[in-house]
Design a protein around this ligand. Structure first.
Ligand code: ADP
Length: 424
């Protein structure tokens, strides 16, 4: 029989005893009152004992308790035991997680919705200089690099940023943030000093080689010009000289573009007001003069907006786009250049041509260094394959984006989108 049934049976038995006793003595109500009081006191004592047992931490199996109370004790004790097991398992898991995250070479920090530190691993304490006691502190108060604070505030974590380590500025850290859960963010910092050094070595190497090639090339060009100007040069040599002059010219262009790219990668950014409308007028005029007969460039200036930036860099990027539009479209088609405002408050330069166009597969690749689209043309178009890489670099340095739309056989449009913060 179940314990609770036994409990009810004992109450019924007490009542069964009270009824004949009350009947014979004539004090049924009194006897019933005594029984109910007895039952109430008994339950109160049980509750009191249970409260004491819970207050002492609910230790030990109390199944020997009588009646339904034995079951209650037993169930509470069982729940507690399972809970204890679960806690042990959880703490083992947390320990394992801690050991593995501490073994991670990358720094990891969990941030709450206000940027407060909730958890850090060992690497975070080493390379970011955070302490265990910094828990609860807002991270912008501890890592004060402006770029980092701006990145944290932006809530746009698609790109990663590089900053020097707050403990050692020779260490370069790549920071990325991954939002998760309810307002939580995981901050990861990876030491990329080694990669940055290799990148710097590559840039320095290209810059040095290009620079060193300049002098012998100028000497060669000089001799070639003298040879070409000589009288009585046999026709066969004359054509060879012409060929050599074209190739040295091409090499000169390559070296100039490589040097410009290297400068874009290493030079500190200049930010001064640039009168873009005047700059565009000059570029369009000069580019048009390269054309033999027709004037093809149609310039429209729909805004007087000036930009904050580096005039020489912008000149080089815009010239590349206009010259490309002229190069890759037929001589009888116009090239439209338009400087106009955008609805989002920014400004835009459109360079549109009605030429051969670019296939969708090539569009993502044409801004890569040395990428030139293989097209069968009647005429050979010279180029270094570096022009659009320069354009892309310049735009990145001006917080701008390059948007390319094109249709094969119909033409292309290159858009340079500048944000409102660059206007002046
Ligand atoms: P290049 O010196 O070869 O012109 P760029 O980097 O300027 O080098 O351009 C890369 C390639 O992109 C070009 O070789 C060409 O195939 C393609 N391209 C660039 N601009 C245009 C354009 N306006 N129309 C069609 N193709 C273009």
């Amino acid at each position: 029989m179940q314990r609770w049934q036994r409990e009810i049976n004992s109450v019924i038995a007490l009542l069964a005893l009270a009824l004949p006793l009350g009947y014979f003595t004539g004090h049924l109500s009194l006897i019933l009152l005594v029984i109910v009081t007895f039952l109430l006191i008994r339950q109160t004592l049980h509750i009191n004992a249970l409260e004491h047992w819970l207050a002492r931490g609910a230790f030990g199996d109390q199944r020997e308790q009588k009646g339904i109370w034995g079951d209650i004790y037993y169930h509470i004790w069982k729940i507690k035991k399972t809970e204890k097991k679960r806690k042990k398992k959880l703490s083992r898991m947390i320990d394992r997680f801690r050991t593995s995250t501490d073994a991670l070479p990358d720094a990891a920090v969990v941030l709450g919705s206000y940027g407060e530190i909730e958890w850090t691993n060992k690497a975070a304490r080493e390379v970011l200089g955070l302490k265990k006691t910094d828990k609860g502190q807002r991270i912008p108060n501890l890592i004060r690099t402006p770029l980092f604070i701006q990145y944290l505030k932006s809530n746009d974590y698609r790109q990663k940023i590089s900053i020097p380590s707050p403990v050692n500025e020779n260490i370069i850290l790549q920071i990325s943030i991954v939002p998760y859960g309810a307002g939580l963010r995981l901050l990861l910092a990876q030491d990329i000093t080694h990669l940055k050094n290799i990148e710097r070595m590559r840039t320095d190497f290209v810059a040095n080689v290009s620079h060193e090639l300049r002098t012998p090339l100028t000497v060669l060009k000089g001799y070639l010009e003298t040879l070409q100007e000589m009288d009585n040069v046999p026709n066969i040599y004359f054509r060879s000289f012409e060929n050599m002059a074209t190739q040295t010219e091409r090499m000169q262009l390559l070296i100039d573009d490589l040097l410009l790219l290297a400068r874009l990668e290493t030079k500190a950014k200049i930010s001064e007001p640039v009168a873009v409308p005047d700059l565009l007028k000059q570029i369009c005029q000069e580019s048009d003069l390269l054309e033999k007969d027709e004037r093809r460039v149609e310039l429209s200036i729909n805004t007087d907006a000036h930009l904050q930036g580096d005039e020489e860099e912008l000149r080089s990027a815009f010239t590349n786009l206009v010259v490309n539009a002229l190069k890759y479209s037929p001589a009888d088609k116009p090239v439209k250049v338009c400087w106009h405002s955008l609805e989002n408050g920014g400004v835009c330069l459109d360079v549109e041509d009605f030429g051969e166009g670019i296939s969708p597969a090539d569009i993502p690749r044409i801004t890569e260094r040395f990428y030139r689209v293989e097209v069968k043309r009647n005429r050979k178009i010279n180029g270094t394959g570096l022009g659009l890489a320069i354009v892309k670099h310049v735009l990145v340095r001006h917080d701008a984006k390059l948007e390319i739309t094109s249709q094969l056989g119909k033409g292309s449009r290159f858009r340079c989108l500048f944000p409102a913060k660059r206007l002046c």
